[in-house]
Structure formats: structure tokens, C-alpha cells
Design a protein around this ligand. Structure first.
Ligand code: PNS
Length: 158
């Protein structure tokens, strides 16, 4: 049985994230989506809200669960019997940093990282851009699931 984590900030989860989570769920026996707590970054949504939005966006994926963690991802992996880290790669611009993190994580505990190429339709989607567009009243309906769209509307008072 292969258990992988899909880690991230997920502030908020986007259709790009969901595509990666869904494909990981088909490739591996068990997927844990882990919301990593970044103490130095004030997010739009609380960790609990982010987890809830992911849960409500993945009801049909029976082998997907959602968790949160504060600390090193490799420690989460070691404590939870995780075999590998699954990450989406959008573009060459993602690659340098993602490779560096994958190698650092591998160096720390030997945990491996599997990269899943982002589908072309989702290449340009990033949570930060979605928030910026939504904040100014732009249309992000095609970029996030309906529950996130509603949460963004509420957060920005639209
Ligand atoms: O969605 P993001 O912000 O691109 O995700 C980055 C994330 C949370 C996966 C990464 O910053 C991370 O793994 N943070 C946990 C702390 C950690 O393990 N840092 C060392 C990475 S080599």
C-alpha cells in the first residue's frame, strides 16, 4: 500500500491543486492532503477553513484525507508512514525551487518526491493570483471550486 502526501499552503485550494490531488488519488492507494502551517505568513483563510474547503471539494475521492501540520514536512512523513511526497509542477519556473526542496527532503530522511505535471488548462493558476483577482472583483469562477468561490466572495465582501 502506497501512501503519499500532497503538501501545500492551499490558501485557498484551486482547480489546479484539485487536478493534482485527483490524479495522485488514481496513482496511489492513499493520499493525505496536508496543509502546512507557515507562522511567518498571514493567510486569507485559517488553517481550519482551508482544510474544510479541501474536504468539501473532494467528497468523491474516498482515498483522500485532509490534515494540517506545523513543522518540517519530512517529520510529518516520518510520523505518518508516508512513502512519498506528490507535487504538481506548473512550469520551468517552478522546477528549480521544487527540485531543491525535493533534494533537501530526500537528504533529510530519504523520503522521495514524485512530480506530476500540471494539466495545460491549469498552468497559470496560483492561489496568490486567484486572491488578487477575486479581491478586485475579477471573475475566478473557472479557477476554483464553487465552495471556494463562495468563500472568496464572503472574505472580500462581494
Ligand atoms: O503551496 P506552497 O506554499 O507552494 O507549499 C510549500 C510547502 C508548504 C509545501 C513547503 O513550504 C513546505 O514543505 N513547508 C513545510 C516546512 C518544510 O518542510 N520546509 C523545508 C522544505 S525543504
Amino acid at each position: 500500500m502506497t501512501r503519499v502526501v500532497c503538501p501545500g499552503s492551499f490558501d485557498p485550494v484551486t482547480n489546479g491543486h484539485l487536478d493534482i490531488i485527483e490524479r495522485a488519488a488514481h496513482l496511489f492507494d492513499e493520499v493525505i492532503v496536508v496543509v502546512l502551517v507557515n507562522e511567518s505568513k498571514q493567510g486569507l483563510f485559517s488553517i481550519e477553513q482551508r482544510m474544510e474547503l479541501i474536504r468539501r471539494s473532494t467528497p468523491k475521492l474516498k482515498n483522500v484525507s485532509v490534515d494540517a501540520f506545523s513543522g518540517l514536512l519530512v517529520d510529518y512523513c516520518a510520523q505518518n508512514g508516508v512513502d512519498a511526497i506528490a507535487k504538481g509542477l506548473r512550469a520551468v519556473s517552478d522546477f528549480d525551487y521544487e527540485l531543491q526542496m525535493a533534494q533537501m527532503n530526500g537528504n533529510l530522511t530519504g523520503v522521495d518526491t514524485v512530480f506530476i505535471p500540471t494539466a495545460p488548462d491549469y498552468m497559470f493558476i496560483a492561489s496568490s493570483l486567484v486572491k488578487e483577482v477575486a479581491k478586485h472583483g475579477g471573475d475566478v469562477a473557472g479557477l476554483v471550486p464553487p465552495v471556494v468561490l463562495a468563500a472568496l466572495d464572503e472574505a472580500y465582501g462581494h
